[in-house]
Design a protein around this ligand. Sequence first.
Ligand code: SLL
Length: 148
Amino acid sequence: NTQLKQQTFSKPIVYGTISYSLGANKKQTEKNTHRWCVYVRGPNNEDLSTFIEKVVFVLHETFTDHQRAITKPPFEVVEKGWGEFDILIQIHFKTHYPQLELVHKLKFYGAKSGGNSQSTKKPVVSEFYDEIVFVNPSVEFYDMLKVE
Ligand code: SLL
């Protein structure tokens, strides 16, 4: 069904990263300093797979298989690493609605005044709320978006 619904429809999402310093538990030979997770989720953990087909997280080229396609919830990648970088998040929708691309900066260090952030065990969260606005989706896609 390619007929369009003359309407806009918006869906709230939350995306971001959470990172933890490996701190003193790190082995001498281990070059990774942090464990981290990048994710896309519903603000109240709604199931986004009703309208999202997959989320591709494009990591820094220093990671093996740096393009990670996640085809079911939770849409997230957990990794260990040694540096911050920009993560490209591609959201592919069900039906042929054009994909959406977001760029999110992986964050290891919090805005702590003084002190060495490496020594704290507090996780660092960098998270954004956004609304995806679908303009004139197909009738078929509109029916998927309507699902709570
Ligand atoms: C930097 N521009 O130089 C950044 C790049 C890349 C981080 C950071 C790889 C981990 C692994 C990793 O953490 N790369 O080898 O699996 O700081």
